[in-house]
Design a protein around this ligand. Structure first.
Ligand code: PLP
Length: 375
């Protein structure tokens, strides 16, 4: 066995625990689309020839199409192998060792992993019990060493949002820093800072979008980073030229402007979210209002027993209690109508089977905290 060591920053990173085993059940655990992408995707994929598999993919034309859909110039969009790779490219391109990277927590664990891998100093700003965005404390945390601020709105796993005015103020308060606005759940919320990019008023923002959530293409791995031309050019330089494969590009090309499909899917989710709120209120399970396709609920110290009970009934949900400030919290993804019916029935049955009572919610955690994981 050799004793070869990786870079210090990699050595210092926490290991992550990918979700256990198979997911052959109702997938209310990863916030993916739980149905299928636009029907235009199947049509487009069926036209692919076997010969097309032999050709290196060409990202440019699809980038131009996505950019036009956002109202931007072609040079303003970079496609990546999932937004995960987009986040990686942003940290890789802009963070020097020792630079400060700011974000609110609990949030998406990929921010920690990527900023840490670059040897940056992570400045995590804890949300309070209401799980609102810590706007004042975020502004106060900006220093001359701040190089990257990541704003996730709607935020995963809490579902809370940051107002457009707050994002604008933060961007203007840190003109020396890149502001990455992660809009992975944009479609379920509807608000965006894209107009500030189009008008050119904010020159230091990058906007991340994904094709994994509303569009239903998580398996194909496509995300987009939009921004001012000079910043996108730096990212493009750092990116591998063939990072998005041709099958994925074909699917994105076919579905990016199928607004009819997206509107239908978003309407399903909005209705389903209301049904889940109502069911949780009925069962006296505390939850937080969400502007995304998931809801965070507070089960209490028996969170693991609850998640296992749901799994035994064929429904996967996500234990988030290892996230900072989320003791006893579990996240459920909103699916289509019949999936919500199944999910709510499993919820009811699991809680009844456990003899769960609302009084146990605020009892202290009994198990040691695990390292947070991805998604
Ligand atoms: C799911 C998610 C992403 C996107 O993931 P990809 O599948 O890599 O495109 C990005 N940010 C947040 C906050 C997410 O929840």
């Amino acid at each position: 066995m050799s004793d070869i060591q990786p870079r210090r920053a990699i050595l210092a990173m926490p290991e992550y625990h990918p979700p256990l085993g198979g997911r052959d059940a109702l997938r209310l655990d990863f916030n993916e689309n739980t149905h299928a992408p636009s029907p235009r995707v199947r049509e487009a994929l069926s036209t692919l020839s076997l010969e097309s598999f032999t050709i290196y993919p060409e990202r440019g034309p699809v980038e131009a199409k996505v950019a036009a859909h956002y109202g931007l110039k072609p040079e303003q969009v970079l496609l990546a192998n999932g937004t995960d790779e987009g986040i990686h490219l942003v940290t890789y391109t802009f963070l020097e060792e020792g630079d400060e990277c700011l974000f609110a927590t609990p949030s998406f664990f990929m921010y920690d992993v990527n900023a840490m891998a670059m040897g940056a100093k992570l400045v995590r700003i804890q949300m309070d019990d209401k799980l609102e965005f810590p706007y004042e404390r975020m502004l106060a945390a900006i220093t001359p060493k701040t190089k990257l601020i990541i704003l996730c709105s709607p935020n995963n796993p809490t579902g809370n949002t940051i107002t457009r005015e707050q994002i604008r103020t933060i961007a203007k308060a840190a003109p020396h820093a890149v502001i990455l606005v992660d809009e992975a759940y944009f479609h379920f919320f509807g608000e965006s800072v894209m107009d500030d990019l189009i008008s050119g008023e904010l020159t230091n923002i990058l906007i991340a979008r994904t094709f994994s959530k509303a569009y239903g293409l998580a398996n194909l791995r496509v995300g987009a980073i939009a921004g001012p031309v000079n910043l996108i050019n730096h990212l493009r330089k750092a990116s591998s030229p063939y990072n998005v494969n041709g099958i994925a590009l074909t699917a994105v090309n076919a579905s990016v402007d199928d607004t009819e499909y997206i509107d239908w899917y978003v309407a399903q989710i909005t209705e389903g979210r209301e049904r889940v709120y109502k069911a949780l209120a009925n069962m006296k399970v505390p939850y937080w209002q969400s502007h995304a396709n998931f809801v965070l609920m507070h089960i209490g110290p028996r969170h693991k027993e609850f998640v296992d009970g749901m799994r035994a009934r064929g429904v996967l949900v996500r234990d988030r209690s290892s996230d900072p400030g989320l003791d006893g919290c579990v996240r459920i993804t909103i699916g289509l109508e019949d999936q919500i019916t199944t999910g709510i029935a499993a919820l009811r049955d699991t809680l009844a089977g456990m003899g769960w009572t609302p009084a146990e919610v605020n009892k202290p955690e009994t198990q040691p905290k695990e390292t947070p994981d991805y998604e």
